[in-house]
Design a protein around this ligand. Structure first.
Ligand code: AMP
Length: 419
C-alpha cells in the first residue's frame, strides 16, 4: 500500500474540483437560509444508543455500517452515519423546542460515515447538507422541504432528477399493513437473509432491487390501501401543495427508505445518470423519533441531500458551475520590486480583492506562468524602473493590454476595473 493512499472508500477533495463541492453545499443551503432555517452543528460522533434507538437496530445502517468505538474511558461511541438523530438530540438538549415557536427549523452540513461496500457514488465517508423542521405536524412543512430541495437542485442547473413521493402511514395504520405484508411475504420463496428482514422490517423487502424478489412481489398488499383517513388526507394535502408550487413528482408506492424512523411522508430524489447509486437525496416525516430517543412527542420532517452524488449528477449532466477564478489580481515582481508589490498585494487583500503573488524568486517567464495558471483577470508587473517612476504596470490578462498605474492608485483602479 502506498503511504499516500486515503483509506478505502474515501477520497480527498482537491482543487479545482473541491470548489464545486463548496458551491454545491452553498447552493443547497441557500434556499434553507432564506426560509427560516438556522444553522446547527453537532459532533462527528455520538453515543451509540442514539443511533441504535433512533435509526433502528435492524437497519443496515446500524447493524452493518456503523463505525463504533470504545473510548479509553469506556464510552461506546459511533461516528455519525446520518444527521437527523444528532440534530434532534441537540435540539432536545438545547431545549430549542421549549423556547416557543415550533417548528424549530435547522439546517446542517457535514461529514457522515458508513462502513459500506465502496463503489462509484457510495463511499465510507461522504458529505450531506440537511434540513430538519422539528415539532410541527403540518403538510405545508413537508411540502416546503420538498420544494426547497427542488429549488436547490434547479439552482445548480440539474434537470434529470426525479422526486419520488410516498406515505408510510402512522402508528395506527402501518402496523395493520405490516402484518398483512408479513403474511404475504411468508408465502414466498426467499433467501434466509430476506426471510429475516421480512420478520424485522417487512417494508424494506419491497425495496429489494433484485429481479428474483421483485417478480414475487407482484400482488403484494400495498400500503396505500391500508392508510387511515387521517394519513390519506395529510398525504393529499402535501401532494396538492407541492403540485401548486409547480414541482413535479412521481407517486412511488414502493418507496420505504432504509431508516426505521419515517412515518407518513417519505420522498427521495433520484438522478438517472448515476447508475445503481441513483439517490441524490432523501427524507421524510419522523413523528415518533423524539419519543424513540427518550424525548417528548415532537412530530418532525427533514431531508438530507448527498453532496458527493450531487457533484456526480452535475458531471453526468455535463453541468459546469460558474465558479469565479479564485484570484483576481496576480503580482509579478522583477528585480528588487518584490517588497513593494508584496505590500500592494496585502493592501488589495485587505480591500477585499482576491490577490496573489509569485513566490520562490522566479524570473519574468516563470512568474507570468504562475499568473496565467492563477486565472487572474489582471497582472501587476513591476521592476525597479517602474518603481523609480512611482508606477506599476497593470496588465489585462485577456486583452494583453498594459497600462501604468501610480502606486497610490492601484487599489482603487483595480477595484473599479473589477466592478
Ligand atoms: P440516507 O441518509 O441514506 O437517506 O442518505 C441521504 C443521501 O446521502 C443519499 O441520497 C445520498 O445522496 C447520500 N449518501 C448516503 N450514503 C452515502 C454513501 N455511502 N456515499 C455517498 N453518498 C451517500
Amino acid at each position: 500500500m502506498s503511504t499516500f493512499q486515503a483509506p478505502k472508500g474515501t477520497y480527498d477533495l482537491l482543487p479545482p474540483r473541491s470548489a464545486t463541492f463548496l458551491a454545491v453545499r452553498e447552493a443547497i443551503s441557500a434556499p434553507l437560509k432564506n426560509s427560516g432555517y438556522g444553522y446547527v452543528e453537532t459532533p462527528g460522533f455520538e453515543n451509540v444508543e442514539l443511533f441504535s434507538r433512533g435509526v433502528g437496530e435492524s437497519t443496515d445502517i446500524v447493524s452493518k455500517e456503523m463505525y463504533t468505538l470504545t473510548t479509553k474511558g469506556g464510552d461506546q461511541l459511533a461516528l455519525r452515519p446520518e444527521g437527523t438523530a444528532s440534530v434532534l438530540r441537540a435540539a432536545l438538549q438545547g431545549n430549542l423546542h421549549k423556547l416557543g415557536g415550533l417548528p424549530v427549523k435547522l439546517w446542517y452540513s457535514g461529514s457522515y460515515y458508513r462502513y459500506e461496500r465502496a463503489q462509484a457514488g457510495r463511499y465510507r465517508h461522504f458529505s450531506q447538507v440537511g434540513a430538519e423542521a422539528i415539532g410541527a405536524e403540518d403538510p405545508a412543512l413537508d411540502a416546503e422541504l420538498i420544494i426547497l430541495a427542488d429549488q436547490a437542485y434547479r439552482s445548480l442547473g440539474l434537470r434529470n432528477f426525479r422526486i419520488l413521493l410516498n406515505s408510510l402511514g402512522d402508528k395506527e395504520c402501518r402496523p395493520v399493513y405490516r402484518e398483512a405484508l408479513q403474511a404475504f411475504l411468508r408465502g414466498l420463496d426467499l433467501d434466509e437473509d430476506t426471510v429475516r428482514r421480512a420478520e424485522i422490517n417487512p417494508l424494506r423487502v419491497l425495496d429489494d432491487k433484485r429481479e428474483s424478489v421483485q417478480k414475487q412481489l407482484v400482488g403484494a398488499p400495498m400500503l396505500r390501501d391500508y392508510l387511515c383517513d387521517a394519513c390519506k388526507a395529510y398525504h393529499e394535502e402535501v401532494r396538492a401543495l407541492v403540485t401548486a408550487a409547480g414541482v413535479v413528482f412521481e407517486d412511488d408506492e414502493k418507496l420505504v427508505r432504509g431508516l426505521d424512523y419515517y412515518t407518513r411522508t417519505t420522498f427521495e430524489f433520484v438522478h438517472d445518470g448515476l447508475g445503481s447509486q441513483s439517490a441524490v437525496g432523501g427524507g421524510g416525516r419522523y413523528d415518533g423519533l423524539s419519543e424513540m430517543i427518550g424525548g417528548p412527542a415532537l412530530p418532525s420532517v427533514g431531508w438530507a441531500l448527498g453532496v458527493d452524488r450531487t457533484v456526480l449528477a452535475l458531471e453526468a449532466e455535463g453541468v459546469a458551475l460558474d465558479i469565479p477564478a479564485a484570484t483576481s489580481v496576480f503580482a509579478v515582481a522583477l528585480g528588487g520590486a518584490k517588497p513593494v508589490l508584496f505590500g500592494l498585494v496585502t493592501e488589495l487583500r485587505r480591500a477585499g480583492v482576491a490577490a496573489d503573488i509569485s513566490y520562490g524568486g522566479k524570473g519574468l517567464k516563470g512568474a507570468m506562468k504562475d499568473a496565467n495558471r492563477s486565472g487572474a483577470r489582471f497582472a501587476l508587473v513591476a521592476g525597479d524602473r517602474d518603481l523609480e517612476e512611482g508606477v506599476v504596470q497593470l496588465k489585462d490578462m485577456e486583452s494583453g493590454e498594459q497600462v501604468p498605474v501610480a502606486l497610490a492608485d492601484v487599489v482603487d483602479t483595480v477595484r473599479a476595473k473589477l466592478a
